[in-house]
Design a protein around this ligand. Structure first.
Ligand SMILES: Cc1cc2nc3c(=O)[nH]c(=O)nc-3n(C[C@H](O)[C@H](O)[C@H](O)COP(=O)(O)OP(=O)(O)OC[C@H]3O[C@@H](n4cnc5c(N)ncnc54)[C@H](O)[C@@H]3O)c2cc1C
Length: 297
């Protein structure tokens, strides 16, 4: 029994080769990749029994607040996925040939598994740059031009620790950020002058046919006001700093992350329309964005 990763095509092939009907799979981590994998295993329909183990007290801790995450967790549990939240996997004991393994959890509990898949996030592999004189922190530090601390050296994508929309440096390992940063780095390397607008956290999921999305902040910090709406299975939450929208999350209702993200980036005053944004997120966000663009023009 080995612990598999899940970041490359080869990992998927290794997992497929080892999956047997009715086997027990323990997924470490309830982030984007762990939850997508858990859903895919349910859809396989081969009686695979899935347990997701997450050290935080909720699923998708970097994408949703606790309330919305509970809705998503309940959806997974209704499909037979067992969730072990607020617990770390701290030890693994192999039970012998063909008998799987027992994972020990930080609260003393145990989870039996025939396969263990680690979906605990990615970390830039920047160690080989040590000694090159390049400034690094969690990744390779870059400015808005994607320039590193060494003249003529640029970085973009998962390895680059660049400014967010609010200027704070950080990693945002998703495709739209990688593509945008890559375009900016390429332009500057080719002698043009370009700046990245800064990344904004944005996540869109479709779990068991139910949409869930978040853009911008997910936790209300100091000075941030919270508006929420729950109607049937639909949930929405908006965060405002003064009149400006700083975060939006929806579960079970369609929303437009592009338009909401634009309102956040541009600092459009939207608080007076919070109720409308919660009730009709797609139309209201597009209307506010269009109105604001007309005002600028
Ligand atoms: C399972 C999974 C699911 C994902 N799903 C989504 C999603 O739904 N939406 C989304 O937006 N993002 C998703 N992502 C993230 C997305 O894949 C990455 O953000 C994106 O691929 C980053 O692009 P990149 O070019 O920076 O890095 P990569 O795509 O990782 O490419 C880096 C390349 O560099 C090569 N390399 C590494 N070191 C060296 C070296 N020293 N010399 C030469 N070559 C080297 C690697 O082999 C690799 O080919 C997912 C990631 C994973 C792992």
């Amino acid at each position: 029994m080995e612990v598999l990763a899940f970041t490359r095509l080869a990992d998927l092939r290794a997992l497929r080769a080892r999956l047997a009907d009715g086997c027990r799979v323990a997924v470490l981590g309830a982030g984007l990749i762990g939850m997508e994998l858990a859903e895919a295993l349910v859809h396989l329909g081969r009686g695979v029994r899935v347990t997701v183990i997450e050290q935080e007290r909720q699923v998708l801790p970097r994408s949703f607040d606790g309330r919305l995450a509970r809705e998503i967790a309940a959806l997974f549990e209704s499909r037979g996925v067992a969730l072990q939240l607020g617990r770390r996997a701290v030890a693994l004991e192999r039970a012998g040939a063909g008998a799987g393994a027992a994972l020990t959890l930080s609260d003393g509990g145990a989870v039996g598994a025939d396969l263990v898949v680690a979906c605990v996030g990615v970390r830039p592999r920047a160690g080989f740059l040590a000694g090159a004189g390049l400034a690094t922190a969690r990744g390779v530090l870059v400015d808005r031009r994607m320039a590193t601390s060494l003249p003529g050296v640029f970085a973009a994508g998962d390895v680059a620790e660049g400014p967010a929309a609010d200027g704070t440096p950080g990693l945002n390992p998703v495709l739209p950020t990688a593509a945008g940063q890559g375009r900016v780095a390429g332009a500057n390397m080719a002698g043009r002058s370009a700046e990245h607008e800064g990344w904004l956290p944005a996540n869109v999921f479709n779990f068991f046919g139910r949409v869930a999305m978040s853009v911008g902040a997910t936790e209300a910090g100091p000075g941030v006001t919270d508006f929420a709406r729950a109607e049937g299975a639909a949930r929405g939450r908006l965060l405002f700093a003064g009149a400006r929208l700083v975060g939006a999350s929806f579960v079970g209702v369609a929303a437009d992350p592009g338009a909401l993200g634009w309102l956040i980036r541009e600092g459009v005053p939207a608080r007076d329309h919070a109720e409308l944004l919660l009730a009709r997120p797609v139309e209201a966000a597009r209307w506010l964005a269009a109105r604001s663009q007309r005002a600028v023009a």
